[in-house]
Design a protein around this ligand. Structure first.
Ligand code: SAH
Length: 510
């Protein structure tokens, strides 16, 4: 127990898009002892928390309060009094309808020091992501943020309907979905034209963003039809009409598509960030895990004997990683490879090798074992000793063909792929409830392991409305052998190629 009181940081966590967190907020989450968050703060932000930080969910979804405001307050005070620094994450900005002011006053009254880190408020960001600037010189000279939560039967209301109705301000209502009918009714009753444009933006700035537009007259019906519920921002005023011209976020090629990534988690980030940038909602359900081989002896032996080899051939980024990990673990470094020539399959493998200061001598035109063979036919390979560190149970075509060309090939296992079933329940439940648009397969083992996760289920039925996307012909063949006909096959057998093919597919669907 320490005498020092911790600091409570009241942090604006932004509206949902994790990229809209401020740098200062990120630094605070990284160093906090306790992170307290509610349902509006994106769970991605918790990844920044230190591994031994306490993470506490305090809920608060309109009505369903996991912890009451009083209990939240007590919690903040208690933790600070224990000497812990607390990051209190609040959706959007803490001082814009976030009760941040009350929390600060309460901390003050308990003698707990606090700091406020403003955030990007949903009141501006949700409209912005819907292509609606809250001010525009041609349309309005001011903007109001208004609570839409106030009980319409309340006697001494602070709502100034006549002011809102008569001004040309952009009106932005928060917490107003349930009260939409009343808001519209009051504005019209106080003289606002019934053809004034209005929009609702739900889960703004996230892949789930949904926008409904209309006029004061039509909106209630449209919102009902679209089944739009909270949390949403309501924007009223002529700026709303600019959306027709300025919409951008939901126009991105993969907007709203829910895409499953089956790659091993350690390798998925590149694909995930490429798809997310195009608007997709990525669901990571790795079907494989990459692990070091059970028996490292043959890899170690080949490294001990490295001076006897002429060529080192890598067929994957993992092969490069595990080869060098083992080399370094053995207390050696790249200087023992100076006499070798190198070949890589695929530009990404080549790049990974480059990270170790080595340029590949051969890069095949396309990225299949067959093209490596074409590339080798240009160089003198007869009687040369070739080391091929790669996955256990890899295809045999490459060593066979190199042997036919007169090379003496040693294959060693550098890593193994294992079935990862952690996400199995989630996968089945998402498929059963039709919440998946597409599944990506980046290797044969992702397909076969994916299928074994679905085991006893009726896979044809589960995958009926799902677009399957394969990285290339070999992966597609494996899929076919398991009775899945890929709807998409990448033209270029790379992650970029796979992404391009997904874009082309959805483009042609429009
Ligand atoms: N402090 C927050 C607002 C909290 S009040 C901020 O600055 O954004 C809660 C209301 O915020 C919700 O009812 C909804 O109207 C709005 N809201 C928060 N996040 C939102 C989002 N991503 N999209 C649309 N509305 C959102």
């Amino acid at each position: 127990m320490t005498n020092k009181t911790g600091i409570v940081y009241l942090i604006g966590a932004g509206p949902g898009d994790p990229g809209l967190l401020t740098i200062k907020a990120k630094e605070c989450i990284e160093t906090a002892d306790v992170v307290v968050y509610d349902y509006l703060a994106s769970p991605f932000l918790l990844d920044y928390a230190g591994s031994d930080a306490q993470i506490i969910y305090v809920g608060k979804k309109g009505g369903d309060h996991t912890l009451s405001q009083d209990k939240i307050n007590l919690l903040l005070v208690d933790k600070a009094k224990e000497g812990l620094d607390v990051a209190r994450l609040k959706g959007g900005d803490p001082f814009v309808f976030g009760r941040g002011g009350e929390e600060a006053q309460m901390l003050l009254s308990h003698g707990v020091p606090y700091e406020v880190i403003p955030g990007v408020t949903s009141a501006i960001a949700a409209p912005a992501y819907a292509g609606i600037p809250v001010t525009h010189r041609d349309h309005t000279s001011f903007v109001s943020f208004i609570t839409g939560h106030e009980d319409p039967t309340k006697k001494d209301t602070s709502m100034q309907w006549d002011v809102y109705a008569k001004s040309n301000a952009t009106l932005v209502f928060l917490m107003g979905v349930k009260n939409l009918k009343n808001i519209v009714k009051n504005l019209i009753a106080h003289g606002k034209e019934s053809n004034t444009p209005i929009a609702l933006v739900r889960w703004g700035t996230t892949a789930k963003q949904q926008t409904v537009t209309g006029t004061l007259e039509t909106i209630v019906e449209r919102v009902k039809l679209a089944k739009l519920t909270s949390p949403a921002i309501i924007i009223i005023g002529h700026v709303v009409s600019l959306r027709d011209e300025l919409a951008w976020f939901d126009k991105r090629p993969l907007f709203g598509k829910r895409i499953v990534i089956t790659r091993a988690r350690a390798q998925a980030s590149n694909l995930v960030s490429m798809l997310a940038r195009l608007g997709a909602h990525c669901i990571e359900i790795p079907s494989i895990r990459i692990v070091p081989p059970q028996d490292l002896d043959s890899l170690k032996k080949s490294i001990e004997d490295i001076s006897k080899y002429d060529w080192l051939v890598f067929t994957s980024v993992n092969g490069v990683k595990f080869f060098f990990d083992t080399l370094f673990d053995m207390g050696r470094d790249v200087r023992v490879l100076g006499h070798l020539k190198f070949a890589c399959i695929g530009p990404v493998t080549k790049e990974r090798l480059r990270d170790f200061g080595i340029t590949s001598d051969i890069l095949p035109q396309t990225y299949r074992a067959e093209s490596v063979i074409d590339a080798f036919s240009m160089v003198e390979i007869k009687d040369k000793k070739v080391l091929l560190p790669r996955a256990k149970k890899a295809r045999t075509i490459l060593p066979e063909e190199l042997t036919k060309m007169g090379a003496r090939v040693d294959e060693v296992t550098a890593y193994e792929t294992r079935l990862d079933v952690e996400g199995k329940e989630e996968l089945i439940s998402l498929l059963e409830s039709n919440e998946i648009d597409a599944v990506t397969f980046t290797s044969s083992s992702t397909v076969s392991n994916f299928m074994s996760m679905l085991e006893s289920k009726d896979t044809k039925k589960l995958l009926k409305n799902v677009v399957t996307a394969s990285i290339g012909p070999i992966t597609s063949d494996t899929a076919r052998s398991l009775d899945i006909e890929p709807a998409i096959e990448a033209k270029e057998y790379t992650i970029q190629g796979l992404v391009d093919s997904l874009i082309a597919y959805y483009e042609s669907e429009k």
